[in-house]
Design a protein around this ligand. Structure first.
Ligand code: SAH
Length: 395
């Protein structure tokens, strides 16, 4: 087997069970591994550290499959990883409270670069690393057998593939084509999901628990759902008898789906409004009009995708949080999020507290929020915690 030898003192993170080996940590490679080929990883002293998948074009040159050098990375190994991952979601399968959840969450499930989300009878996948790509057919076959789905659809149209030297691809991988839209439910909430064109694999499943939290504050409330996408939080609020829900998003098509998702859940359409616009501008306009809300959700897209952009992103987060805090009635609830992996929970906390200081309001943190448990974070892989939020009461 081809072997990757690490530089002296660069084996520390692998010993700490971190699954990424950067190109700069590698002393030499015996042989020329192909894209996605399994390699043995050894320390400078010749200690076996495990097996990983080789990515010749990526800065992340190896992603570890296992820290046990005795394992054979073969079809049985990959199948058993998928089985363990799907098995860990047995609760969701059995509970029936929702029919949409994540089956495989990449590194945290021992399958770096593999995302698989279940939407009703379909599974939608992303393969974002060379190792994942190499084992694609085995993974798809395992998913089909283990989840009992009607079809597996691929949404590998993500730019990280380019860094792996892989083309962006979408399309049916197995079974039947998914319908134009798939209906999912979360408790008593129903949503239509477009798995071919929607964000990520179609829907923000990672916000499920946080949508449920918003429901507990929604009764009779005026709710602002900023960066609404297809309605997620706002529709949860509608089903929990919000007085009014105002969705704001730049995307016409997302708002169209938010509208039909609202209609799917209530006949009182007049209580929901859908504003196409830039949240930064709309919130300023609301401030000038002295509008106020009982509950505000701020769930923006990733503002920072590189370290260089982090400070600019922090200013963006501070701006919207400042405006959001100002728009809340006394005792109002702010659920504010960042899905930028580079924005650490501490930095996010600092940004929101700076916004509170500038707004001149006292703010309590009621709960620290994160991605739902079907999106686990590997304990030795902090990069896996990308979604963080604060549930606040603004006094
Ligand atoms: N809260 C949503 C997910 C938000 S994704 C949910 O739970 O489903 C981010 C959304 O922000 C996208 O729909 C995108 O169209 C929108 N967006 C990005 N920049 C924006 C801006 N400046 N103003 C308004 N919407 C914006």
């Amino acid at each position: 087997m081809k072997t990757v030898t690490l530089k002296k003192s660069r084996d520390f993170s692998v010993i700490r069970r971190h699954p990424w080996i950067f190109s700069g940590a590698i002393a030499h490679i015996d042989g020329e591994p192909e894209s996605g080929e399994s390699v043995r990883v050894v320390s400078q002293d010749g200690d076996d550290l495990g097996k990983g998948a080789y990515s010749p074009e990526s800065q992340i040159r190896v992603r570890m499959w296992s820290f046990d050098s005795g394992v054979e990375v073969d079809e049985d190994f990959i199948f058993s990883r998928v089985a363990s991952s799907v098995g860990a979601r047995a609760y969701f399968l059995a509970e029936g409270d929702t029919n949409a959840f994540r089956l495989i969450n990449s590194e945290a499930d021992g399958l770096p670069g593999v995302i698989a989300d279940k939407y009703g009878d379909w599974v939608v996948c992303q393969f974002t690393s060379a190792g994942a790509e190499r084992w694609k057919s085995v993974i798809v076959d395992a998913l089909q057998r283990l989840s009992g789905c009607s079809g597996v659809y691929e949404r590998s149209d993500v730019d990280v593939r380019v860094r792996e030297g892989l083309p962006e691809v979408t399309g049916l991988l197995a079974g039947d084509e998914p319908p134009e839209q798939i209906e999912i439910n979360e408790g008593d909430c129903r949503y239509m999901v477009n798995v071919r064109e929607g964000h990520k694999t179609g829907f923000y499943l990672d916000q499920r628990d946080n949508r449920a939290i918003i429901k507990t504050y929604a009764n009779n409330a005026d709710v602002l759902n900023a960066f609404s996408y297809t309605g997620g939080f706002g529709i949860a609020a509608v089903t929990a008898r919000a007085a009014t829900v105002t969705h704001v998003d730049l995307s016409e098509s997302a708002l169209e789906l938010a509208k039909s998702n609202t209609a799917l859940n209530t006949c009182e359409m007049e209580n929901s409004s859908f504003i196409k616009g830039d949240v930064f501008e709309v919130l300023r306009k609301f401030r000038d009009q002295a509008r106020s809300f009982d509950v505000i959700v701020l769930d923006p897209p990733k503002f920072a995708d590189s370290k260089g952009r982090l400070m600019k992103a922090a200013r963006g987060y501070k701006d919207i949080n400042l405006l959001g805090i100002k728009l809340l009635k006394p005792g109002g609830i702010l659920a504010t999020f960042s899905c930028s992996g580079l924005m650490t929970p501490d930095l996010f906390h600092k940004v929101v507290s700076d916004a509170a200081v500038d707004a001149g309001r006292d703010v309590q943190v009621l709960q620290r929020l994160q991605q739902a448990c079907d999106h686990p974070e590997g304990l030795c892989f902090p990069e896996g915690l990308y979604l963080k939020g604060l549930l606040c009461r603004v006094i």
